[in-house]
Design a binder for this molecule. Structure first.
Ligand code: OSB
Ligand code: MG
Length: 375
């Protein structure tokens, strides 16, 4: 395909309730959306994607203004200059720029969306996914009180979510976990996510979680602490899962070889795109390492792409693939629905769900910026 132009849209989409993690609280999703126009064999085609970078560089070094800037100054010009392009060649074209994986992922996804729409096939079909739906887990932020946490969990269980993930941080770990086990029993699938808030010096606190039969503890230590995760994994019995540390298939290979994790949370944005995410799935599966699909508060644009990816056979644990209404009263797209504990694997051509124009306008926080070749 040949790129015609790329429009950067920005929107502020309010969250239904504040979402607190060990690194901060979000009340609104400040989202960068890409609309790519291209030509395939003389036919005009459009591709959409959203960038998962947060508004602040607290989950990783990336943040949404930085992603928009590197796309505008560096990445989009490189793609425009590349001539004939496909989703499979995007990563190679952008490789000279170090890092910026969320920005690169957004570009590759927009190209892939356009490519698949031109071919008339869904991302699920492209992947060879045969499952028709994927199990739906929910990520529960840090609340002000145990009572409020229990209310939230009760609500999600009532709605049918099949797995609960509690966000934890030092001082907010045993208490909510023990309370959830006490109230809802030993059988509900339960896991925790620390977002890198602990150190090896906290081993004793983390070992206390062993008593609660958790599916896993996600990213207890720092992003770069692979060796220390391996040490922690030897000291506790709860399976260690990595999120932030797995920035690429190479990092996943290192983590597996070191014994730093027995489970991986795959987030396409974090690893540079859905094609790298697919490679990590294949690698983990070959090594008998379970994977599940994480989320980054995606709107419907990216949420449906995650649901398709999670249909691959190595995704043996429920992902953070909740319905739109978990985070948004009004999504940018037709809502993604969670029914009977599952989200449907989309079968429409492309990888992304296109935003509803009126919603994009309603939530817009800046004028759309159109980037063209040679500028
Ligand atoms: O660590 O998984 C995380 C949201 C933003 C940034 C990091 C994380 C999360 C979540 C929410 O846990 C997952 C979701 O989108 O459902
Ligand atoms: Mg996480």
């Amino acid at each position: 395909m040949r790129l015609v132009d790329l429009t950067l849209h920005r929107a502020q989409v309010p969250l239904v309730s504040p979402f607190t993690t060990s690194f901060g609280t979000e009340t609104v999703r400040d989202v960068l959306i890409l609309e790519l126009r291209a030509e395939v064999d003389g036919t005009a085609v459009v591709g959409w994607s959203e960038c998962v970078a947060g508004s602040e560089p607290l989950y990783s070094s990336e943040y949404v203004d930085g992603a928009a800037d590197v796309i505008r100054r560096w990445l989009a010009p490189m793609l425009f200059a590349a001539g004939e392009l496909s989703a499979q060649t995007v990563a190679g074209v952008l490789d000279p720029v170090k890092g910026h994986r969320m920005a690169k992922a957004a570009l590759e996804t927009a190209v892939l969306d356009a490519q698949l729409r031109a071919q008339g096939i869904s991302f699920a079909e492209h992947l060879g996914v045969t499952r028709t739906s994927v199990p739906s887990g929910v990520s529960v932020g840090i609340h002000d009180s145990v009572a409020s946490t229990l209310d939230a969990v009760a609500g999600y269980l009532d709605q049918g979510y099949v797995r609960i993930k509690l966000k934890i941080r030092p001082g907010w770990d045993i208490q909510p976990v023990a309370a959830v086990r006490d109230r809802f029993g030993a059988d509900i699938p339960l896991q925790v996510d620390a977002n890198a808030a602990y150190t090896l010096a906290d081993t004793a606190a983390l070992r206390r979680l062993d008593a609660f039969g958790l599916l896993l503890v996600e990213q207890p230590l720092g992003e770069e602490d692979l060796r220390q995760h391996a040490e922690l994994a030897r000291r506790i019995s709860t399976p260690v899962c990595l999120d932030e540390s797995v920035v690429s298939a190479a990092a996943a290979a290192d983590a597996i070889a070191l014994g730093a994790c027995s489970v991986i949370n795959i987030k396409p944005g974090r690893v540079g795109g859905y094609l790298e995410a697919w490679r990590i799935h294949d690698l983990a599966r070959a090594h008998g390492v379970a994977v599940w699909c994480g989320g980054m508060l995606e709107t419907g644009i990216g949420r449906v792409a995650n649901a398709a990816l999670a249909g691959l056979p190595g995704f043996t644990l429920p992902g953070d693939i909740s319905g739109s209404d978990r985070f948004y009263a009004t999504d940018l797209t037709e809502p993604v629905c969670m029914r009977d504990g599952a989200v449907e694997v989309p079968r429409t051509p492309g990888i992304s769900r296109e935003p509803i124009p009126e919603r994009l306008a309603q939530f817009a926080s800046a004028e759309p910026a159109v980037l063209r070749p040679g500028r």
